[in-house]
Ligand binder design. Structure first.
Ligand code: CO8
Length: 258
């Protein structure tokens, strides 16, 4: 029987998805991306989950789209199957916070998958690159769009045009990752972070994620308007009243996620 390409487990209110094609350094083929999309949507729909972690192996988060699968495709193959759109973009439907825990190679589509997550926790061993130019391809899973927004045009052009690989330390300095942690503590530190996040009120997390994504995608005026309405909506939330009263009463809040 073939191995599942994505392993799903839960640790309290955190769902952990592990990419599982170790022999191919987690190269991302359609089977894996379909499984990842389905697992993400299942966790997003699960009331008992407040945050999601995507991780790979010690050697590779993911070494990119599966080159062996793509090598002989023609234009109509990718057009007809809605390559990328059909399964790579499922992650954009997820309302809960998604954290990439990256060790080893995050290259090409692997780097793009990490960039599509809300936070990236990098092990000291992590290496980030968009080397598609070496294949006469281009970073087509959002890389040419998300990378400049994340680290600015100068660094993004360098990575995309020269295939430059960044160490975890460089990725941290450029703002590509949220945190760098010792390699042997990657999962412990990521789960600690994920559990902290998952302990907060889920509707507040969703409103914050949507608001920050507005800043990422749109104008300041529109973003500020969106944020204002998201703030007003917080006053309709039992959790917000509980959070503020708990502070005033010097006790821990008990959130009902409503
Ligand atoms: N696809 C398919 N198989 C791969 C991939 C990949 N992306 N990366 C590694 N593998 C396979 C190797 O072929 C090898 O298989 P085998 O053992 O059968 O020969 C196995 O994984 C181990 O790899 P290596 O022996 O090469 O391991 P090394 O430690 O020597 O090197 C590297 C590790 C540096 C990561 C190296 O494997 C490498 O350079 N991989 C390719 C990286 C790359 O070019 N990624 C970009 C791919 S293209 C892409 O992501 C976007 C395409 C266009 C947009 C579509 C959106 C997704």
């Amino acid at each position: 029987m073939s191995q599942p390409t994505v392993l799903s487990e839960r640790q309290g209110r955190v769902g952990v998805l592990t990419l599982n094609r170790p022999e191919q350094l987690n190269a991302l083929n359609d089977t894996l991306m379909d499984a990842l999309g389905a697992a993400l949507l299942a966790l997003d729909a699960d009331d008992g989950i407040g945050a999601i972690v995507i991780t790979g192996s010690d050697k590779a988060f993911a070494a990119g789209a599966d080159i062996a699968a793509m090598a002989d495709w023609g234009y109509m193959d990718v057009f007809s199957s809605a390559f990328i759109t059909r399964n790579w973009e499922t992650i954009r439907q997820v309302r809960k916070p998604v954290i990439a825990a990256v060790a080893g190679f995050a290259m090409g589509g692997g780097c793009e998958l990490a960039l599509a997550c809300d936070l990236i926790v990098a092990a000291e061993s992590a290496k980030f690159a968009l080397p598609e130019v070496k294949l006469a391809m281009l970073p087509g899973a959002g890389g040419t769009q998300r990378l400049p927004r994340a680290i600015g045009k100068a660094k993004a052009m360098d990575m995309c045009l020269s295939a430059r690989m960044l160490s975890a330390e460089e990725a941290d300095r450029y703002g590509l990752v949220s945190r760098v942690v010792p390699s042997d503590a990657l999962m412990a530190e990521t789960l600690k972070l994920a559990n902290t996040i998952a302990g907060f009120s889920l509707p507040a997390l969703i409103a914050i994620k949507e608001s920050v994504n507005r800043a990422w995608e749109g104008s300041l005026t529109e973003g500020v308007k969106f944020e204002r309405h998201a703030l007003y909506a917080r006053f309709a939330s039992a959790d917000a009243h509980e959070g503020m009263h708990a502070f005033l009463e010097k006790r821990k809040p008990t959130f009902q996620h409503c």
